[in-house]
Design a protein around this ligand. Structure first.
Ligand code: ZN
Length: 181
């Protein structure tokens, strides 16, 4: 990220809304905002390959589910956060990955300008590409601050998305969704 340009843009934005960027409380705001976005968007240009490629041999696993993975991401339409929890269920093809790595994969994909639908898709694709299970199901439930703090102001409303890829039989999908929810 070009921090200098980001800082300049935040300063101009403050001026555009009629603020004085040189006043005490706003003096360091451009730097703080630039630093914050550098962190929030640190998944841009990165993949979860590093996280997901250290796998372990494990014969006979049926379904592995990591649920209630908290995440927050940034809505690309409004530059406002959306946050909630994700779950990853996969059917191993002889290899499994450390459980914390699934959460790290979620973190990498969430740290980009996102849509919830695409975030869900990207987590599923990364797991298919790098861990290569028989099948994967990724489930995501989130509250969008662009919807709860402005516009229709529907506090507490949640958006749910899920994606399955590979071979994830219908009965296993139903079992996994029952556990995840
Ligand atoms: Zn939005």
């Amino acid at each position: 990220m070009d921090r200098k340009r980001a800082m300049e843009a935040v300063k101009q934005f403050l001026e555009a809304v009629g603020e004085d960027p040189s006043r005490e409380g706003l003096k360091d705001t451009p730097r703080r905002v630039a630093d914050m976005y550098a962190e929030l968007l640190s998944g841009m240009g990165r993949t979860a390959e590093e996280e997901l490629s250290k796998t372990f041999l494990c014969e006979g696993g049926d379904i592995v589910i990591e649920r209630d993975i908290p995440f927050s991401s940034m809505c690309e339409h409004h530059l406002m956060p959306f946050f909630g929890r994700m779950a990853v269920a996969y059917i191993p093809d002889k290899r499994v990955v450390g459980l914390s790595k699934l959460a790290r994969c979620v973190d990498v994909c969430a740290a980009r300008l996102q849509l919830q639908e695409r975030l869900t898709e990207q987590v599923a694709s990364a797991i298919m590409s790098y861990l290569a299970p028989k099948g994967v199901l990724v489930w995501c439930e989130a509250e969008h601050t662009c919807m709860t703090c402005r516009g229709v102001k529907k506090q507490g409303s949640k958006t749910v998305t899920f994606v399955t890829k590979g071979d994830f039989p219908e009965d296993k999908r139903a079992q996994a969704l029952a556990i995840i929810r």
